[in-house]
Design a protein around this ligand. Structure first.
Ligand code: NOJ
Length: 765
């Protein structure tokens, strides 16, 4: 009998308690076996070999940091490498694994890591776009496909999910995470870990997840990458830490430390963070890896020389050193000088060996090398099909005047813009193994999806004309070459094309390499040359559909006031063009919702929906002087968190509560009726927010506590019920105790965080 069948029978016969007991016993048995194996192995290891396991050099195709590792083959043979990253393919991985398991003394297999961030070869939307789907099963699916492709290509470890809460779109890495909300971010973190690791790492297509960047990397001052963070504990616990914890609770086996300083101690050397919080309080059992040269960078942070910072980092809880070799070069001396103990080296080494054991690498070091699977699974038709539907689900309709979208099938269309007939940028940043040549651009997509549409294409503007930005991104491979035509001539061609058409579809935004690591911006406007094009096009009086591709919220105040429709498509991956075309022609009705606020101007940043009230809140209308407001702008965003339109419209009824009081034992139910009042079938994300009106500490004006994505046929209505429990009202108080406090609460339900119905209930003592 198969093991799963026997467990099922056991559960059927004796109930789930017996099943859990059996599973616990099995896990304890595996732990026992693993411990015996590793004890035995470690008893044979020299100090150098143990320190070697803590070393993670970068080799191969990609450069994702400031320096490259040297002499890696030789170090592998000497047992001085625990894993490598930035290389893949069955052939490349086999070559290095062979060195480890045939040439090194103890034949310990290597880990193979890579930034499989939003897909391996089949690329999905950038994570910020993925999050806008609010669809956990699609998000998990994207991680599952990524893991299947990556594992077939020799990889056993991904540096994902990136779960940093970010409220500052100047920070280019906002694109790599799930936006500003801790609740949604936590669900996504868990879904991705599940997608990568499956229910058992012993599965052939399961890979280690690595939660990053621990912690608070998204709160970098001024949105400048790698910059300092300084934050109260209560804010950390309530607003920034939940997604990391959710990923750990979901079983993530590794954690990557962030580059930033946290309240005076950089994360990489922060014992409170890496040991007290992560291990002692959260019970994390996996291993912790530094970020790229993160240990060496502690010297520039001002904590000491390489020997000092390496010892301090290990003692704090960093187990593995990415690229920097501070551990390799200095830990032995630090041990001799009694600056560290043998026990901390052993502990870090054990954690890395345990990960290898759980992956099954000691049983079969070539487990992840599968030429056949690589051939059939990578970029398969099925994966591309899934990538298209996931891309469609990520798109957010920001404006749609006069129902200009979906495009009418007899309309004459001027397709304009540097991103309209572009493949290079479709897969976005951190699509490390992705091949942009496999991507579908918008022009190609429209031809695939609607071959009869009458389309004329004109470029209209260079993607980037700004000399400073060009210099920076071209140095990193953006390959942007200025068109032979002058900007004026390009605009004039585009204007003539628009004049001859019924509607202009204008595809603008950032270059993919303007997002991701080290791409902070001080302006979030469309680049001036693109804006000039757009202004000239709007002056024609033709309807303008602006299709955006960008890694972050942009400031679109002028665009919102002047163009007819705006579709946010992020960088949506290998199938970008087909997915965008499906949305434009109405084969798919957009249902994405923003997971990060779009400000009106950079001056409003940080701007997020779950902020606190001041003592002098502004109502948005009065002219009273002593209010918390700007004299030159409103406080509210251009597009709020949770916002996104559909080709149809939805009406949400007032809220009905089944009772007014909630207690620990007895939740309440809040119900609304949602009606599709427009002319298309569609989906709506119905969102539940709660406000704790009076607390022992100040609480946000609103916090997302639940949502349901429902689909409704034209004219159809559905009742949507949320169960609100006392547990959902808990937060960390001034003593960092996770509590709820009796009193009154506001409950809001709506299609975004701004336009909501409201009710009030009470939590009894
Ligand atoms: C640096 C980045 O911060 C991190 O996200 C990435 O995983 C590593 N480099 C490895 O490429």
């Amino acid at each position: 009998m198969k093991k799963s069948t026997s467990l099922f029978l056991l559960a059927a016969l004796f109930g789930t308690n017996a099943l859990f007991a059996q599973q616990k016993k099995a896990a304890a048995g595996t732990d026992q076996k693993m411990n015996t194996y590793i004890n035995n192995l470690m008893s044979k290891m020299t100090l150098d070999e143990k320190i070697g396991q803590l070393n993670l050099p970068a080799v191969g195709f990609d450069v994702t940091g400031p320096i490259l590792s040297e002499g890696v083959d030789e170090k592998i043979q000497k047992g001085l490498v625990g894993g490598v990253f930035n290389t893949f393919t069955p052939q490349a991985v086999r070559k290095l694994q062979e060195l480890a398991v045939t040439k090194s003394r103890l034949k310990i297999p290597l880990l193979f890591g890579y930034d499989v961030v939003h897909g391996h070869k089949t690329i999905f939307p950038i994570p910020l776009g993925l999050s806008a789907s609010w669809d956990m099963s699609l998000i998990e699916k994207s991680a599952r496909i990524a893991a299947r492709e990556a594992s077939a290509d020799g990889l056993n470890w991904t540096f994902s999910p990136m779960v940093d809460i970010a409220r500052d779109p100047r920070w280019g890495r906002i694109s790599e995470g799930s936006g500003e909300d801790p609740y949604l971010g936590s669900l996504i973190a868990a879904a991705m870990v599940k997608g990568y690791q499956t229910n058992s790492l012993s599965n052939k297509d399961a890979i280690l997840a690595c939660v990053k960047h621990f912690a608070l990397y998204g709160a970098a001052e001024a949105g400048r990458d790698y910059n300092t963070t300084d934050m109260s504990l209560i804010k950390m616990y309530n607003e920034y830490l939940p997604p990391y914890k959710a990923a750990v609770d979901a079983g993530a086996e590794s954690v990557m430390v962030s580059f930033n300083d946290i309240n005076g101690t950089p994360a990489t050397a922060n014992k409170w963070l890496l040991t007290d919080l992560l291990r002692k309080s959260w019970g994390f059992k996996g291993f912790v890896v530094s970020d790229y040269t993160g240990i060496n960078e502690l010297v520039a942070h001002g904590l000491g020389d390489l020997k000092t910072v390496s010892a301090r980092s290990l003692a704090a809880g960093t187990d593995m050193d990415m690229v920097g070799e501070g551990f390799l070069l200095t830990l032995k001396t630090s041990l001799q000088e009694k600056k560290i103990t043998q026990a901390v080296i052993d502990q870090a080494c054990r954690r890395i060996l345990e990960a290898k054991y759980k992956l099954g690498l000691f049983a079969d070091p070539y487990k992840y090398i599968d030429e056949e699977r690589a051939k059939t699974e990578i970029l398969s038709q099925q994966n591309r099909f899934d990538a298209k539907r996931i891309a469609e689900a990520s798109m957010v309709l920001l404006k749609n005047n006069n129902q200009v979208l979906p495009l009418k099938n007899n309309a004459k269309i001027a397709l304009i813009g540097p991103l309209a007939n572009n493949k290079r940028d479709m897969i976005g940043n951190w699509s490390a193994a992705g091949d942009w040549k496999q991507a579908i651009g918008v022009m190609e997509g429209l031809k695939n999806v609607a071959p009869d549409l009458d389309i004329t294409y004109t470029k209209g503007a260079n993607l980037v004309d700004d000399a400073a930005i060009l210099k920076q991104i071209n140095a990193n491979g953006a390959d942007i070459v200025a068109d032979q035509k002058s900007p004026e001539d390009m605009i004039s061609d585009a204007v003539s094309a628009a004049k001859k058409a019924d509607v202009a579809v204008v595809v603008l935004g950032e270059s993919a390499l303007m997002g991701g690591e080290a791409t902070s911006r001080t302006s979030l406007d469309l680049l001036p040359n693109q804006k000039d094009l757009l202004k000239a096009l709007t002056a024609t009086g033709k309807p303008i559909v602006l299709v955006l591709m960008n890694s972050r919220p942009l400031t679109l105040t002028w665009e919102d006031a002047n163009v007819t429709a705006i579709l946010e498509t992020w960088f949506s991956g290998t199938e970008a063009g087909n997915a965008i075309a499906d949305v434009l022609v109405g084969n798919y009705n957009p249902a994405g919702k923003l997971t990060t606020t779009f400000p009106r101007s950079v001056g409003q940043i940080p701007l997020y929906y779950n902020h606190k009230s001041t003592g002098r809140p502004y109502d948005g209308v009065s002219n009273e002087k002593f209010k918390s407001r700007y004299i030159d702008s409103t406080n509210d965003p251009l597009y709020p968190f949770g916002y996104g339109l559909s080709y149809t419209t939805f009406a949400i009824s007032p809220i009905k509560l089944n009772k007014k009081t909630i207690s620990a034992a007895s939740p309440i139910q809040a119900t609304v009726e949602v009606k599709n009042t427009g002319n298309f079938d569609g989906e709506e994300v119905v969102q539940l927010y709660i406000q704790d009106i009076y607390g022992s500490v100040t609480r946000p004006v609103k916090e997302l506590k639940g949502f349901q994505k429902i689909s409704l046929k034209k004219g159809e209505s559905k009742m949507v019920t949320f169960t609100v429990t006392a547990e959902m009202l808990k937060f960390y108080n001034a003593d960092l105790k996770f509590v709820n406090e009796p009193g009154d609460f506001n409950l809001f339900i709506g299609g975004n965080s701004r336009d909501v119905a409201q009710a009030t209930f009470n939590l009894s003592k």
